[in-house]
Design a protein around this ligand. Structure first.
Ligand code: ATP
Ligand code: MG
Length: 444
């Protein structure tokens, strides 16, 4: 993509309304545009990143056998009255009336709707387990929307739901998601720690929040530092491995605010290992048994002939919040450089020719390189404007594409100036550049 043909509305200065880095940067490089309080449009650069995150989330859901569906954003109040949450949810729920005066709402989450779908077709234990997910916009009328897309009113979420015959099987499903979350965040190059959490309005008794460390996070966390060393590589999808995996994490005290107990913390964690800090919640999983299936009368026939309410869990990932969370985690404050993980970077590489009005040879070279890269499925952003070199570099450092090719006045056909953000540049052959980038992409 050529910058001259792109829609990347870059601002000269940091917008004053933005308080944290991710919000500033996303507005600055034109990833999003606020349309009203807590509601945003996603522009090409921002959307590209979000779509890549979405795809990674999807692939990891599919790997544990979850099936994708798509439920609507607008729901009927009827099912929420059945579960009892129509009253309980309070003002965060956006309530709407249609022309027949029917009470509708913009879905803040989907436990009721998915239970309704499930109960209308599944009648027997033989069809269990079922893991269903969708990736869809949600609306919560947050009292104080802030930090851009980190806490907004309309946001993009992956939410999954599990249906099982009994507690034991349901915990197996829970643990599958536990593993799938660790893998998802790893592919996004994030260290997300599972922490025992409160269940809030979703209800139930088992829950973990997945938190990445960041000073600008809104979750206060209390943890045993050693949890950061737990390795989840190679864990398999059977009951025993998954149980072991969760035990490995749960050995270390690690909780959010609501679950914090000072006495317990000080008893279980020696002083040197205590870490009290802040983080961003990027995912949240719950096991709540028959909390919804019971009031909604969603039961299945058991092998012995009896009936029981299906046991459910739900599993969310903040897909749009992750765009901001990755910036908070990856932005280098001292060097003022953003570096996207290649797995979600809007482009794989940027090409920066020094363009002279009378001499288009550097631009010609950029085009030739781009053609080669395209053949190898490497996507580049080419700055073909006639801005001066230092402002081009500054712009690309802000956008955060992890690799750069710089084409100066002396054109050498064999060796190209190549730079990985945050490192020194070097002269290498194009074939070498292609190899490096392909290898990085394959790792994912
Ligand atoms: P929070 O405590 O941040 O309000 P929550 O516990 O209400 O989150 P869940 O209902 O578990 O959130 O939703 C699943 C995920 O959706 C969260 O982990 C978070 O990443 C994301 N999310 C929740 N609320 C918002 C919001 N207002 N804006 C953006 N993302 C959100
Ligand atoms: Mg919330």
């Amino acid at each position: 993509m050529y910058i001259s043909e792109s829609f990347i509305p870059i601002l000269k200065n940091n917008p004053s309304e933005a308080k944290i880095k991710s919000h500033q940067l996303m507005l600055r490089v034109g990833m999003i545009k606020q349309s009203s309080s807590g509601i945003y449009s996603w522009l090409p650069l921002g959307l590209k990143v979000m779509k890549k995150i979405e795809q990674i989330v999807r692939e990891e859901q599919n790997k544990i056998g979850a099936q994708e569906i798509l439920m609507p954003t607008i729901q009927s109040s009827e099912i929420w009255k059945e579960s009892g949450r129509y009253e309980d949810y309070g003002e965060e729920m956006l309530r709407i009336k249609d022309r027949q005066n029917r009470e509708m709402l913009y879905g803040p989450t989907n436990e009721e709707l998915v239970t309704d779908i499930f109960r209308s077709s599944v009648k027997s234990y033989k069809s269990l387990p079922q893991l269903l997910y969708h990736i869809q916009w949600k609306f919560r009328d947050e009292i104080r929307p802030r930090f851009g897309i980190m806490r907004c009113r309309e946001f993009f979420m992956k939410d999954a739901y599990s249906f099982d015959i009994n507690d034991e099987e349901a915990l197996f499903s829970y643990n599958k998601f536990f593993l799938s979350y660790l893998k998802t965040f790893k592919r996004l190059d994030l260290v997300a720690i599972p922490m025992a959490a409160d269940t809030g309005p979703i209800g139930g008794n088992l829950s973990h929040e997945f938190i990445i460390l960041a000073d600008t996070g809104e979750s206060k966390i209390y943890t045993d530092k050693r949890i950061f060393e737990v390795n989840s590589d190679g864990s398999k999808l059977d009951k025993k491995s998954l149980n072991n995996l969760r035990n490995k994490f749960e050995k270390f005290y690690s909780v959010t605010d609501e679950k914090f107990n000072k006495e317990e913390f000080e008893k279980k964690v020696i002083k040197e290992n205590r870490l009290i800090t802040k983080g961003i919640e990027v995912g949240h999983i719950f096991y709540f048994g028959d909390k919804y299936s019971k009031p909604m009368n969603c039961s299945v026939d058991l092998p012995e002939g009896k009936k029981d309410f299906v046991k459910m869990g739900s599993y969310g990932i903040g897909v749009s919040r992750l765009v901001g969370a990755i910036i908070e985690a990856k932005y280098n404050e001292t060097e003022e450089i953003m570096k996207w993980p290649i797995s979600v970077s809007p482009y794989d590489i940027s090409i920066i020719p020094i363009v002279n009005k009378n001499d288009k040879s550097t631009l010609e070279k950029a085009k030739r390189i781009n053609t080669e890269l395209e053949k190898n499925n490497i996507e580049s952003l080419i700055d073909d404007t006639d801005e001066n070199f230092s402002s081009k570099i500054k712009k690309m450092n802000l956008i955060g594409i992890p690799f750069q090719i710089i084409i100066g006045k002396q054109i050498d056909d064999d060796f190209i100036e190549f730079k990985e953000l945050g490192k020194n540049s070097k002269k290498v052959k194009l074939s070498e550049i292609i190899k490096i980038i392909k290898k990085q992409k394959e790792k994912n």
